[in-house]
Design a protein around this ligand. Structure first.
Ligand SMILES: O=C(O)CCC(=O)C(=O)O
Ligand SMILES: [Fe+2]
Length: 261
């Protein structure tokens, strides 16, 4: 995936623009260069290509790059493997807190999977900007691979910690819906990407999310008298719309659903 991604981003701009995603529409498929659509926001120092891979009704490989020739098949195979891994991890998470093994997967129902390749060009003044602003992923679980350059940081105890790139490692980032479903037993991770002056960086994030109609609330088995629900119920599509309208600003979207907020 990293190889084909790099080959695409190294193409001339005119070629990349043939796959440009629709402007003005959040999370549309294709090549783009900003995460948010509002004009008054600081833009991320990032190019990306977003692929809609699941459910199959959303998948249209004609919209994916044609070069290198192995591009589409690679994305297809990777999508299948990442789906299996995400499901395995959600099973383990459910079991680890006493829920039936398929609990989270059943709530999510038919998964929505997007694969986003991010390319962060070298930045002459890296201290003035970010590759990707601080956020938590809005869905259930994200599986991320990165090249050896490094730049992903996670917020821990108020400090930004760089996730050292390891060859062949997959970084598991839990998303906000997993935090809600587990009533806070698992927390989504606040993260960002920094850039550097010398080297371009590439990462591939595979998001595994509910459909827009899905109702998400803390699992009733976990929200008891002694430990009441900590989050209000939300329809996932409403959560996504709010995220895109207001911006991520760290974890403010999930914080707004907290019962004591
Ligand atoms: O490039 C990275 O390491 C982070 C990407 C990311 O967080 C995202 O696409 O949501
Ligand atoms: Fe992210």
């Amino acid at each position: 995936m990293k190889d084909i991604g790099l080959k695409f981003f190294e193409c001339p701009l005119e070629e990349k623009l043939q796959y440009a995603c629709k402007s003005g529409s959040a999370a549309s498929e294709g090549y783009g260069s900003r995460m948010l659509v509002k004009d008054d926001q600081v833009l991320d120092w990032r190019d990306y290509f977003d692929h809609h891979t699941l459910p199959l009704s959303r998948k249209n490989p004609c919209r994916w790059p044609h070069h290198p020739p192995s591009y589409r098949e690679t994305v297809q195979k990777y999508s299948e493997q990442m789906k299996l891994l995400a499901q395995r991890l959600l099973t383990v998470i459910s079991e680890s807190i006493g829920l039936p093994s398929s609990y989270i997967q059943e709530v999510i129902g038919e998964p929505y999977q997007n694969i986003t390749i991010s390319y962060y060009p070298p930045c002459p003044q890296p201290e003035l900007t970010l590759g990707l602003q601080a956020h938590s992923d809005m869905g259930a679980i994200t599986l991320l691979i990165q090249d050896e350059v490094g730049g992903l940081q996670v917020l821990k105890d108020g400090q930004w910690i760089t996730v050292q790139p390891l060859p062949d490692a997959i970084v598991v980032n839990l998303g906000d819906q997993t935090q809600i479903l587990t009533n806070g037993a698992y927390k989504s991770v606040e993260h960002r990407a920094i850039v550097n002056a010398l080297r371009a960086r590439l990462s591939v994030a595979t998001f595994y999310d509910p459909s827009k109609q899905t109702r998400i609330c803390p699992a009733p088995e976990l929200a008891t008298k002694d430990s009441p629900p900590r989050y209000r119920e939300v329809i996932y599509g409403d959560y996504v719309s709010a995220w895109y309208t207001k911006g991520p600003e760290g974890k403010r979207n999930i914080d707004r659903l907290a019962v004591d907020s």
